[in-house]
Design a protein around this ligand. Structure first.
Ligand SMILES: NC(=O)c1ccc[n+]([C@@H]2O[C@H](COP(=O)([O-])OP(=O)(O)OC[C@H]3O[C@@H](n4cnc5c(N)ncnc54)[C@H](O)[C@@H]3O)[C@@H](O)[C@H]2O)c1
Length: 357
């Protein structure tokens, strides 16, 4: 079963399915739309139906050809159909190559209780791919915005494990965004090495793997506000800034370290603020999302709502708020009981409105 992203069918899907046929495989193709609102159990169900109709057996592999959304949905279908069939990931975005396709996390979004907000990746399974096949050439058809999103996860990897990589991304961001393939290859190899090493130490996230969630507690809360037109990588970029703001308040990060992270995010064409000019938001060379400012400020992006969404984060343990925070550059830790005032302040810093202040 070849599960394809609708946007990659045209440039890459035909090549993939022909090459499988040429190698003697029967190919059943299924197409999905890469949309967070459709990263749901309903999409998984549509795959189950197609798999059953095609009489897929226990040993019939599922190949996910697409970005992280397709990989997560197809991966979860592979993990659960007949209690699990082999999965092969063929990531076609930078983000999926260096992050989503590696490590075996699969899953879908699910509505939060008493709201229409989508809880990110709340339903899922660990299911390791048998093979991950990343060909940087497929990134040539990716939009610049999506390329930048991949850089957000590369920056995250660098902050938690490789300070030199952060400086490298800072220096070469321009070349990476202007399609210098040799830089992509180096970036992918270095970034995959970080993710793979961490996952190899802690496959089921009982310890060190949680560090890969740096910035994600904030990012998932932002993404849960489903009316926002925001990509995962963009939410991660803003979430990284928020986590670093908290780290700075707790004296875990020096001002020049914070500045390097902020500059790198900006040079990668990623947003560092939620809205362009919110009261309370510092205006340091910000690039904000192109949101309807008034609506966003007035109705949606309140600290209270974002704090509420944070409570559904998978890192919550015994009801305690836990955050991954950097310690300088190249290291990070899970920190329990971060004082609420610092978290609220970080939300304000990135542009959320705080009715209590
Ligand atoms: N499982 C994990 O460990 C893990 C890790 C990180 C992120 N994720 C998930 O990954 C998702 C984000 O993944 P993403 O950034 O790849 O987004 P995505 O899957 O939405 O892809 C981004 C866009 O690029 C298009 N696209 C994909 N490949 C293309 C190509 N080669 N040429 C042209 N267009 C192409 C897609 O159709 C989409 O419009 C989120 O849902 C996130 O939760 C999962």
């Amino acid at each position: 079963m070849l599960v394809m992203d609708a946007n990659v069918v045209e440039p890459h899907g035909a090549v993939a399915s022909q090459s499988l046929r040429d190698s003697g495989y029967d190919v059943v193709a299924s197409t999905l739309t890469a949309d967070e609102k459709k990263k749901t159990l309903a999409s998984v169900e549509s795959l189950y139906r197609a798999m059953l109709a095609a009489k897929l057996e226990r040993r019939s592999p599922v190949i996910a050809l697409g970005g992280g959304i397709i990989g997560d949905i197809a991966g979860f279908a592979a993990a659960t159909y007949l209690r699990g069939v082999p999965l092969i990931n063929v990531p076609t975005t930078l983000l999926a190559m260096i992050d989503a396709s590696i490590g075996g996390k699969t899953g879908v979004n699910f509505p939060l209780p008493e709201s229409n907000d989508l809880g990110k990746n709340l339903i899922g399974a660990f299911w390791q791919p048998r093979v991950v096949l990343a060909d940087p050439a497929v990134l040539l058809t990716l939009q610049r915005r999506d390329l930048a999103c991949g850089l957000a996860e590369c920056i995250k990897h660098a902050i938690i494990a490789d300070a030199a990589l952060l400086q490298w991304i800072h220096d070469y961001a321009g070349e990476i965004l202007t399609l210098v393939v040799a830089r992509w290859e180096e970036l992918i190899v270095r970034s995959v090495a970080i993710k793979a090493a961490i996952v190899a130490q802690d496959e089921r996230e009982s310890g060190r793997r949680a560090l890969l969630n740096l910035g994600h507690t904030f990012a998932h809360a932002i993404e849960s506000i489903s009316d926002l037109d925001i990509r995962h990588g963009e939410a991660v970029a803003i979430g990284l800034i928020a986590a670093c703001e908290v780290a700075r308040s707790l004296k875990r990060m020096a001002p020049d370290e914070f500045t390097l992270i902020h500059q790198t995010i900006t040079r990668c064409d990623l947003p560092s603020l939620l809205v362009k000019d919110c009261a309370g938001a510092p205006m340091r060379e910000p690039r904000a999302l192109d949101l309807d400012l008034e609506r966003a400020c007035a109705d949606q992006l309140t600290v209270d709502r974002l704090m509420q969404a944070m409570a559904f984060d998978k890192k919550v343990l015994d009801g305690q708020r836990r955050l991954v925070l950097p310690r300088g550059l190249g290291a990070a830790e899970v920190v329990d009981d971060v004082p609420e005032q610092f978290v609220r302040a970080a939300w304000r810093d990135i542009g959320a409105r705080d009715d209590r202040s």
